[in-house]
Design a protein around this ligand. Structure first.
Ligand code: ARG
Ligand code: ZN
Length: 844
């Protein structure tokens, strides 16, 4: 059942054109297809196979004559002509019982689709692979008022609508929506003067939450024209919000479908972080129109071709809209907490995997975020101009094609003349490289010696050196920069770089801007780090110095029983008091490394981490910060309050991030009065939820929790926060019980992925609670995953990742987790998705 990249063969037949008719009915939708095939001149075989799953075949015809295809596992076979022909089929499907949310399904009475990666085969028989591209005609027959598909609407009448998408596309980009929806409408004029009608389609109750997404869409369209020269190519762009959705959103041609959490926002119901996420996802899906749709993937092993690049583009966009340094810090935090975790455990895989059982299991932080890091490294290595030339060539050469990572790299080689054969290892080799630093200074020359190694990962024991761009700057002991940032290219296992003509021994600032997704091993004194926190001109490394101090101090507390590091707290106090610094940046300084990140760091010292002790130490340090910096934090809290009407813009959001970071610390030592006052006064969700969270952490906030539920019980997205926050804020020994109690709440709709994740994602994310020595967290999660798996394998499989770090822990915890993994693995009828995931976690 494993699919291998090396087994790729071109499709035997290509599709010239597709006509689909949908006769919508909840339990018995009829799908009529008329597909024009022609033999692929580049294919060796004439084996005619169409994918199809969970389809009831009513009839089939070839060139108008009835045929009886051979129904085989996963599709059908037919003796097909060695010439062009028309295949027709009528099938019946059951959208109402489609709980997997893949293919055509129903969500609150509305019909919608999710076809990526392999969902189209649950709609009709088709060569459901991305290298088969065709224009689609779609006719939808239904009494529902709004009937949408890809491209432009070409006809509409009583009970039907017809759509035509002229851009050849793979089936994974097909979409259909039918429902009782209303539109927030607007328009955009492209740089060449094309008028594009824009709509965000929602249920009537949500019409007041669309304006921000619409603005984000227009900004994205303009940005892609200005920065990449990419223009939109249809007269219409539709976005639809859906409540039941496995992922964030989907870039279907001209008809993007969104998880409602990734599109709906109002000041009262969405936080600053939600607004930023929505802006980024709207941009991401829009950017896919060129990086994904116009140029698509040859096969699913090439997923990072579109996802890594599109994530990189949305990161650039967010940086331009908000703050580049803050965005870089946020991206690095995500990479470290999620991607390094994946790369250093049983689920490690290359950015371009070599094999899979279920492709949905490879929509990972490695493919997406590490994939984006690779694009960023390429850009750094070839420079901004080289990057733009390479992208222009890539689009020009491959428009309308389904291509590979080799094609992508070739465009860079041809545009810039650079040999990327060694660089390509980033795509093939799993694991996080470690870069060890040694320094030497003599006779005015500073020598930096860098050594790289990548630990083995499953199936890849031996690692070769990769090309690592290491951005470095040097500071004088008085704080002046003596050597501005330059990019060293580490390509050997070990390499030295000399900086001459220095009058004193410099302080090095290494891996500025987090220039590569590596773990830097740099022994630095406490004083040097405090110096860099105070003086580094590179904002990322300034933040990093504080982070290193915090991590080192926490490890000493956990492993050596040390007390909180007063020197660190004082340096932190200095930095956050610096009014020249962006408040959003200062908020990031106040955030300590997460518990899971600390667990990994302890594991790497050769010790089994104790999540309970990690939690206690982190809380103790937070209390010490609050005590020692009480006056500073109070002052920040008072002086950075935002006055006037709420705006989700970066400037105000940064001030709220800072005051809320201060509030959560101050509440630890000064009690809940300030938080209660903020809760009462709040006119926006950012302030309201931050205050509630601060109260719950100190075991207060009962009344507010109740009031919150009364105020928001009718708003699903807000109630997800209410569910999640209680689990996230629970004390370790009460976390599982809290999650369990919430799972009995009448509003706990476990079939809704957002609600399920709100409770059980929060359980997995509360490290000390999930890993409580009783094993109650493990058991509860496994029980619910087993319950969800038959209905929704995709979301279940994804959430099994909670267990992926199990080998770090002590024997008792290992035994408990292994038992749960084995219990899941042994379940009758376990999905392919989940069985692949638990199998990988249990292997070796
Ligand atoms: N292409 C989508 C995005 O990144 C993700 C869709 C993934 N869906 C899935 N079922 N695997 O925007
Ligand atoms: Zn994407």
């Amino acid at each position: 059942r494993t699919v291998f990249l090396r087994d790729y063969t071109p499709p035997a037949y290509l599709v010239e054109e597709v006509r689909l008719t949908f006769r919508l009915a909840p339990h018995a939708t009829r799908v009529l297809s008329e597909i024009q095939f022609r033999p692929n001149p580049d294919a060796a075989d004439r084996d005619f196979f169409l994918h199809g799953e969970q389809l009831k075949l009513i009839s089939a015809h070839v060139d108008g004559a009835p045929v009886t295809p051979e129904l085989v596992e996963g599709g059908l076979r037919l003796d097909a002509p060695d010439a062009a022909f028309t295949f027709e089929a009528e099938v019946e499907i059951d959208p109402e019982n489609n709980t997997a949310l893949e293919g055509l399904y129903r969500s609150n009475g509305m019909y919608c689709t999710q076809c990526e990666a392999e969902g189209f085969r649950k709609i009709t028989f088709y060569p459901d692979r991305p290298d088969v591209m065709a224009p689609f005609h779609v006719r939808i027959e239904s009494d529902l008022p709004v009937l949408l598909s890809n491209g432009n609407e070409v006809a509409r009448g009583e009970g039907f609508a017809e759509w035509y998408d002229p851009w050849p596309k793979p089936s994974y980009l097909f979409a259909l929506v039918a429902g009782d929806l209303v539109a927030h409408a607007d328009s955009f004029t492209t740089q060449s003067g094309r008028e594009v009608a824009l709509n965000v389609w929602v249920r009537e109750a949500d019409i007041d939450k669309c304006a921000f997404a619409m603005e984000a869409l227009k900004k994205s369209m303009k940005w892609d024209e200005e920065v990449y020269g990419r223009e939109y190519d249809l007269d219409l762009f539709n976005i639809v919000a859906v409540d039941d959705f496995n992922m964030g959103a989907m870039e279907n041609k001209g008809l993007n479908i969104f998880n409602s959490s990734a599109v709906l926002a109002s000041p009262e119901t969405a936080t600053d972080a939600d607004f930023e996420r929505i802006e980024a996802i709207i941009a991401h899906e829009y950017f896919h129109n060129w990086t994904g749709n116009r140029v698509t993937c040859r096969d699913w092993f090439q997923l990072c071709l579109k996802e890594g690049l599109t994530v990189f583009r949305d990161q650039q966009f967010t940086g331009d809209m908000r703050s580049h340094p803050v965005k870089r810090i946020d991206d690095a935090m995500l990479l470290r907490s999620a991607q390094f975790r994946e790369d250093n455990g049983p689920l490690a895989h290359p950015v371009r995997p070599e094999s899979f059982v279920e492709i949905n299991n490879f929509y990972t932080v490695t493919v997406y975020e590490k994939g984006a890091e690779i694009v960023g490294m390429l850009k750094r290595l070839v420079g901004d101009e080289g990057y733009r030339k390479a992208l222009d060539l890539y689009f020009e050469r491959h428009d309308g094609q389904a291509v590979t990572i080799e094609d992508w790299l070739k465009a860079f080689e041809d545009a810039t003349g650079r040999d990327l054969s060694q660089f390509a290892r980033w795509y093939h080799q799993a694991g996080t490289p470690r870069v060890h630093v040694a320094e030497d200074y003599a006779d005015g020359t500073y020598t930096l010696t860098l050594r790289q190694e990548t630990p083995p990962t499953p199936g890849q024991d031996d690692k070769a050196p990769v090309v690592i761009p290491v951005a470095v700057g040097l500071l004088n002991p008085n704080g002046d920069e003596v050597v501005a940032t330059r990019v060293l290219e580490l390509s050997e296992a070990e390499q030295s770089f000399a900086f001459e003509g220095l009058s004193t021994r410099p302080v090095a600032s290494i891996l500025r801007g987090f220039s590569a997704p590596v773990i830097l091993r740099h022994e630095q004194s406490h004083e040097t780090r405090a110096f860099l926190l105070a003086h580094d001109t590179d904002p990322f490394n300034k933040w990093e110095a504080g982070r290193d101090l915090a991590r080192t101090g926490l490890l000493a507390m956990i492993l050596d029983g040390a007390g909180p590091d007063a020197g660190y707290v004082d340096a932190l106090g200095q930095a956050v008091s610096d009014e020249a610094l962006d408040p959003a940046f200062r908020a990031r300084l106040l955030a300590l490394p997460g518990e899971d990140e600390l667990a990994q760091a302890i594991f790497e010292t050769g010790t089994a981490p104790d999540p309970t002790a990690i939690h206690a130490a982190r809380e103790a340090l937070r209390r010490a910060i609050a005590e020692r910096l009480g006056d500073t934090l109070s002052r920040l809290y008072e002086t950075h309050q935002v006055t006037g009407p709420y705006s989700p813009e970066a400037k105000d959001a940064g001030r709220r991030a800072l005051t809320n970071a201060a509030l959560s610390l101050l509440t630890l030592t000064q009690g809940g009065d300030r938080a209660r006052a903020q809760y009462r006064a709040a006119d926006n969700m950012t302030q309201q939820i931050a205050a509630l969270g601060a109260l719950l952490v100190i075991g207060e906030g009962e009344a507010e929790l109740k009031a919150f539920e009364e105020q928001w019980h009718h708003e699903r997205l807000v109630m997800n926060k209410w569910f999640g926050l209680q689990v996230a804020a629970a004390r370790p020994e009460e976390t599982a019980a809290t999650a369990e109690a919430l799972s009995r709440h009448p509003a706990f709709d476990w079939k809704n992925p957002n609600r399920f994740r709100a409770v059980f994602g929060a359980l997995a994310g509360n490290a000390a609670g999930f890993h409580d020595p009783s094993g109650a967290g493990y058991r509860l999660l496994a029980d619910w995953l087993l319950k969800l798996d038959p209905l929704n394998p995709q979301t279940t499989a994804r959430m099994t990742q909670a267990f992926s770090t199990w080998k770090r822990y002590d024997e008792d915890r290992k035994r408990l987790i292994r038992a749960e993994l084995e219990r899941i693995a042994g379940a009758q009828g376990l999905s392919r998705d989940t069985s692949e995931m638990v199998g990988r976690m249990l292997a070796d």
